[in-house]
Design a protein around this ligand. Structure first.
Ligand code: EPU
Length: 427
């Protein structure tokens, strides 16, 4: 298994291009199943998760080819309606094929994803929503078997919590339903907006983009579409936090600064200088005296649905706070078990204790973290270990980096370009 070796302490300088968003690309790929034709998606990141989703839709009959970041997908014929356990267990987002399959084929059999490293993550909202559209669903041998007697019917639903993939699944089912569908307390994440844009390009009628109330008027027919995946706000935020941790000055190109307001606000309090333009951002860490980095002010965060502080940046921000001057309270409100990185950060010299859904991070200043062998436990936890390793004194060895490859395109190469001493080694 491959590992990452990081020799900490190098500031980051230069430019980095932000890739397309994993969590936007996945529902867009699933949406191509909705209607026959050749769909063209641009800016699709080449990641383990996007490759898995391409395998899922291929299993269902899609044919595709990739040229650079553009993927052409032909969905003229569907050869099945089943997403098998082997694929779903490696990527929960495979459940996103439920909505389009129900809309197009009237039937779907999708393995029920189990719990994962960050929490139980049920899909009950998805299933309750489908039922409101007339779907009959039951569980058999670990699979959700869902069927539509006749055509999908518009319906109303309210999510107890704004679920991102729940909203996306329901949108994809509702666009072809008979009549109107109302989704209240819908997720407002930019990735949902990207899907709405694609569905509207395909001929869907959807009102309420970027709000928590979506009204969908079902249409008889959709057509294939050409769409671009939005820039990855979590990748952008990860590099911003890395600069705050290591120092330096980096231009982040092809990103959407507006999608990162909650993080930028906190990083400015920490001491980072952020200059935003329409599609790029320059982040720099002020130096003081003999070129040593400015002290990092500790700041509390609470994760929330968009536009609040993203749970997908919580672990990376925690790595930064271990180097703060004071104590920071990190409150995780989205997932119940998203503190797996704490034990690993503590192995690197951090002082973090967990009290329920809060982590108390007692910052030890810029020099408090030292390199150590650590193990990645999930995607964003891995990114937090990379940030800690980049800023640490000495050498860090991160194992199980396949987690990282699920969601960060060429992370080691991009960081090397910025001057980081990071290398991938094969065992
Ligand atoms: N929830 C339920 N029942 C459901 C659906 C959700 O109880 O049927 C709960 C979840 O347990 C959680 C909350 O609702 O407490 C919100 O979960 P959500 O459904 O929004 O999460 P998701 O759609 O499964 C997506 C991202 C995650 C990201 C979350 C939150 C994709 C493919 N995944 O997951 O991304 O953390 O939204 O923003 O879009 C990652 O990229 O590392 C990642 C985990």
């Amino acid at each position: 298994m491959d590992k990452l070796l990081i020799e900490g302490g190098a500031p980051l300088h230069g430019e980095v291009r932000i890739s397309g968003a994993k969590n936007a690309a996945l529902p867009l790929l699933a949406a191509t199943l909705l209607t026959p034709g050749t769909h063209i998606l641009h800016n699709v990141p080449d990641l383990r998760d996007t490759r898995t989703m391409l395998r899922v839709i291929e299993t269902l009959g899609a044919r595709w080819e990739r040229q650079g970041a553009t993927v052409r997908i032909n969905t003229d014929t569907l050869s099945g309606a089943e997403a098998p356990y082997d694929l779903v267990k490696t990527m929960r987002a495979s459940v996103l094929v439920l909505g389009p399959l129900l809309a197009r084929a009237g039937f779907a059999r999708v393995s029920l994803p189990g719990g994962c490293a960050i929490g139980a993550r049920p899909i009950d909202y998805h299933l309750k929503g489908f039922e409101r559209l007339g779907v009959e669903a039951h569980l058999a041998q670990g699979y959700v078997e869902a069927r539509v007697p006749g055509r999908l019917q518009g319906g109303s639903m309210y999510f107890d919590a704004p679920s991102v993939t729940g909203t996306e699944n329901l949108l994809m089912a509702a666009v072809c339903a008979q009549g109107q569908t109302l989704i209240q307390n819908a997720a407002r994440e930019p990735e949902v907006g990207n899907l709405i844009d694609m569905l509207v390009n395909m001929g869907a009628q959807i009102e309420g983009k970027d709000t928590d109330t979506l009204v969908i008027r079902g249409v008889e027919r959709l057509s294939a579409a050409e769409t671009s995946v939005i820039p990855d706000r979590i990748e952008t935020g990860t590099y911003m936090i890395a600069v705050a941790a290591c120092g330096g000055k980096v231009l982040l190109r092809d990103c959407v600064p507006q999608h990162l307001v909650a993080l930028s606000e906190k990083l400015r309090i920490c001491g980072l200088v952020i200059e935003e333009e329409q599609d790029c951002m320059q982040v720099s860490c002020p130096e003081v005296g003999d070129r040593s980095l400015c002290a990092l002010q500790s700041v509390d965060i609470t994760t929330q649905p968009y536009p609040g502080f993203p749970t997908d940046l919580q672990a990376q921000f925690m790595a930064l706070m271990t180097m703060g001057e004071d104590t920071a309270i990190i409150h995780e409100t989205i997932f119940e078990n998203r503190f797996m990185h704490v034990a690993e950060l503590n192995r690197m010299g951090a002082d973090i204790t967990i009290e329920g859904s809060r982590a108390i991070v007692r910052g030890g200043g810029r020099d408090s973290i030292s390199g150590a062998p650590v193990m990645a436990t999930d995607l964003r936890a891995s990114a937090s270990l990379v940030i800690a390793g980049l800023a640490a004194q000495g050498c860090t060895e991160i194992s199980r980096i396949y987690h990282l490859e699920r969601g960060y395109e060429n992370m080691a190469a991009k960081l090397q370009e910025l001057g980081a001493r990071i290398h991938r080694i094969s065992e």
